[in-house]
Structures are given as structure tokens and as C-alpha cells.
Design a protein around this ligand. Structure first.
Ligand code: UD1
Ligand code: UDP
Length: 364
């Protein structure tokens, strides 16, 4: 039996790597299909290299577009490739459009699929990712959860608990695996950065697509730059809009290309503060103990607030929150670290998948 991983966007690669490596350990036959949702070398190739992922057997080259156009291209491409390879199980990750499309195609072709990072909810349907999460989870045959809150959300939505497995967080597995390579010095030298600095990543549509929201956000980031030097590895999505809103190189602000996985986390590891609207970065900073200010009205990862270093801020409150975080120094996590974020989620997922392929009864 073949297990096919459908991957498309930067965070997918990070979440899939530990699962792919653990399935390989168990000798499970598997392959990766890349949808091509992300295609720049710094959004895709560098992750395959840094995470030691095998070459995809196909790249569907769907590229960018409106939600309808991108999803339509994904549906057509995935239907062909899934029919051609007839996998016993498909594995999808996270909440991007590639995840949603693969879920729909599997459901229509009656191919069972597993969802890694199931059950996260922001309860904000204006987020495209929230729609993707809800639909994917409603259709999934196996659901792997990274936090206890996800289990309750799935139970509330009537998902059969026999399909649901609490396994920990594969994004954190990747972080643990990379840890020995995370040295801030080489990337700081390359960027010409010394002393104290903050790292900012911004790409949520609600922050960067609307010119007014972008202006508010940029003035907040400039407010942070009054307290500390800010380095912004900028996602392609925000590039034009944020530059128009004034996010350009200045005395205390450095805008750079997106960084590869090891470079990015190395830079974060040496930072005094992180400002973000990313999902994954909220989790990684929690594990690294770096104070994180998330510029969003909500988070589908509340465990990073209750158990970690994350705090939600508005653009208006960001500069003062940054000043305070810098004054407080290294963040001590609020309590214990999230349960099962121990670097072993990949092997747990692989064991469940292997048992499922054997036809074992998986009811808890
Ligand atoms: C997608 C995900 C988002 C995730 C993010 C991770 C959806 C709906 N959104 O957002 O959940 O947080 O990936 O990074 O799936 N672009 C490039 N080069 C690339 C890829 C994109 O220039 O390699 C530009 C294009 O102008 C494109 C825009 O970025 O129009 C948005 O890309 P898209 O894949 O649609 O969504 P993201 O904003 O990347
Ligand atoms: N990341 C990276 N380089 C960057 C910014 C982020 O390698 O310049 C990594 C980050 O460490 C995390 C993942 O990309 O592992 C998160 O992806 P992103 O923020 O694009 O998506 P989200 O998590 O918001 O869906």
C-alpha cells in the first residue's frame, strides 16, 4: 500500500518532514506530491533541502490565483494524480488551500485521508484557513491533533472520537531536529546584524491585503523599531502592499527575502522579540522561549498563550507591548510546555498510520 503526502505551502513541508521520516523508519511505501502552491526557491526548495525531504514524484504547478482559481487548479491536478497512483491513504497537513483541495478530491474519489494538525479553530470564518480546517476535518478518516483544545473542538463538531488521535506537534519535531544547527551567528553576520534585535513576519490577508490595515500595521512596526532593530524576512504576499504602506529599509528596520528554515529559526533563536501573524511561528517561539507578539484578533493556537510565550496584540497596542517585552527580558513560559510537544509526534503518527494500513482496530 502507498501513502501519498500532499504538500503545497511552506508550513506543510515543516509539518510533513517528521511524519515522512518516521514512516520511512517503519518501511512504509510513500511518496510526496507537491501541488506547486508555493514555488519560489525560498518558499519551497530550501525546505526540502533543510528538512531532508525526498523529491516529490509530481509537481502540479498550480501556482497563485484567487481562491476559486487556485482551488480549481488544485482539484483538477490532484484528481488526476490521485487516480494515477491510487494510494491506500493520503496525508494532508495544516490549513492551506492545498490541504482543502486534497481533502475534497479524496472524499469524492473514496480515498481515505489523514489530517495532521486537525481540530485547531480560530472561530473566525473570515480567515480562509478556518474554512479549510472545518471542511478538511469534516471529511477526514484519521485526525491527528497537536493540542487538547483541538480534541474538544472535534468532539463538539460531532467527529467520531475513534478517528481522532492526540499525537503532539510535528512542527515541534522539526524544530527539535534542527536545534543543533540553529546558530544565530552565521545568519547575523550575513545580514550585518549585531546587538539586540527583533524578527517580524507578516503575511495574513487581514493584515497585508487591505491598504488601510497595511498602513496601520506598518506604523505599528515602525513603532517597534523605535525600541529595537527589526528584521523582517518578508513573505511574497505582503511585499508590494506593505512597501507601499512604508515598510522599507530604514535606520532600525531591515526588509529581507524570506529565509530558509534553518536560517530563519537561527535568527529567531538569537532574537530578543518576535512579532508575527504566522501560525507556526507562535508555536516555535513558545518552544524556544522567545517572547512573541501576535498581531491578530484571535489564534487557533491558544495553547501558545496559556502554556507559552505568545500574546495577542492589536497594531495600536504593539509598540507598547514590544517595549514591555523587551524590558522584561527573556520570556518565561506561563506554565508547563504544551503536552506531547516532545519531538516524537512524527513517530506517533507513523505508528497509527502503519496500524491503520494493517487494518488494526484503532478505537481507543
Ligand atoms: C498560504 C496559506 C496560508 C499560509 C501561507 C504560508 C492559503 C489560503 N493560505 O498563504 O494559510 O499561512 O501560505 O506561507 O492556502 N507568492 C509568491 N511566491 C510563492 C508563493 C506565493 O510570490 O512561491 C505570492 C503570490 O503573489 C501569491 C501570494 O504570494 O498570489 C499568495 O500566495 P498563496 O499561496 O495564495 O497564499 P499565501 O498568502 O502564501
Ligand atoms: N519560516 C521560514 N522562513 C521565513 C518565515 C517562516 O522558514 O522567512 C518558517 C517558520 O519557522 C515556520 C513556517 O515557516 O516553520 C511557518 O510558515 P508560515 O508563517 O509561512 O505559515 P503559517 O504557519 O502562518 O501557516
Amino acid at each position: 500500500p502507498l501513502v501519498l503526502h500532499v504538500l503545497g505551502a511552506r508550513p506543510n513541508f515543516v509539518k510533513a518532514a517528521p511524519v515522512v521520516h518516521a514512516l520511512a523508519e517503519l518501511g512504509v511505501r510513500q511518496a510526496i506530491v507537491h501541488t506547486g502552491q508555493h514555488y519560489d526557491a525560498l518558499m519551497s526548495d530550501v525546505f526540502f533541502a533543510d528538512l531532508n525531504l525526498p523529491e516529490p514524484i509530481a509537481n502540479l504547478g498550480v501556482g497563485s490565483g484567487t481562491h476559486a482559481r487556485q482551488t480549481a487548479a488544485l482539484l483538477v491536478g490532484l484528481e488526476d494524480v490521485l487516480q494515477e497512483h491510487a494510494p491506500a491513504l493520503v496525508v494532508v497537513y495544516g490549513d492551506v488551500n492545498s490541504t482543502l483541495a486534497a481533502a475534497l478530491v479524496c472524499a469524492k474519489l473514496h480515498i481515505p485521508f489523514a489530517h495532521v494538525e486537525a481540530g485547531l479553530r480560530s472561530f473566525d470564518r473570515e480567515m480562509p484557513e478556518e474554512v479549510n480546517r472545518v471542511v478538511t476535518d469534516a471529511l477526514a478518516d484519521l485526525l491527528f491533533c497537536t493540542s487538547p483544545d483541538a480534541l474538544s473542538h472535534l468532539a463538539n463538531e460531532g467527529v467520531d472520537p475513534a478517528k481522532v488521535h492526540f499525537v503532539g506537534n510535528p512542527m515541534i519535531d522539526s524544530l527539535f531536529a534542527a536545534l543543533p544547527k540553529l546558530d544565530p551567528e552565521p545568519i547575523k553576520r550575513r545580514l550585518g546584524v549585531d546587538g539586540r534585535y527583533a524578527v517580524a513576519t507578516l503575511h495574513r490577508p487581514a493584515n497585508v491585503d487591505d491598504p488601510e490595515a497595511a498602513r496601520e500595521l506598518v506604523s505599528a512596526v515602525l513603532g517597534v523599531a523605535e525600541h529595537v532593530r527589526v528584521i523582517v524576512p518578508l513573505h511574497p504576499r505582503g511585499r508590494t502592499r506593505l512597501a507601499e504602506a512604508g515598510l522599507v529599509d530604514r535606520e532600525n528596520l531591515k526588509i529581507i527575502e524570506p529565509l530558509g528554515y534553518v536560517d530563519f529559526l537561527s535568527l529567531v533563536r538569537g532574537a530578543a522579540l518576535v512579532v508575527t501573524d504566522s501560525g507556526g511561528v507562535q508555536e516555535e517561539t513558545t518552544m524556544l522561549g522567545i517572547p512573541c507578539l501576535t498581531v491578530r484578533p484571535n489564534t487557533e493556537r491558544p495553547i501558545t498563550v496559556t502554556h507559552g510565550t505568545n500574546r495577542l496584540v492589536t497594531p495600536a497596542s504593539l509598540p507598547a507591548a514590544a517595549a514591555k517585552a523587551l524590558a522584561d527580558g527573556a520570556a518565561t513560559p506561563a506554565g508547563e510546555l504544551p503536552p506531547l510537544w516532545d519531538g516524537k509526534a512524527g513517530p506517533r503518527i507513523a505508528r497509527v498510520i502503519a496500524a491503520w494500513l494493517r487494518g488494526d482496530n484503532l478505537s481507543p
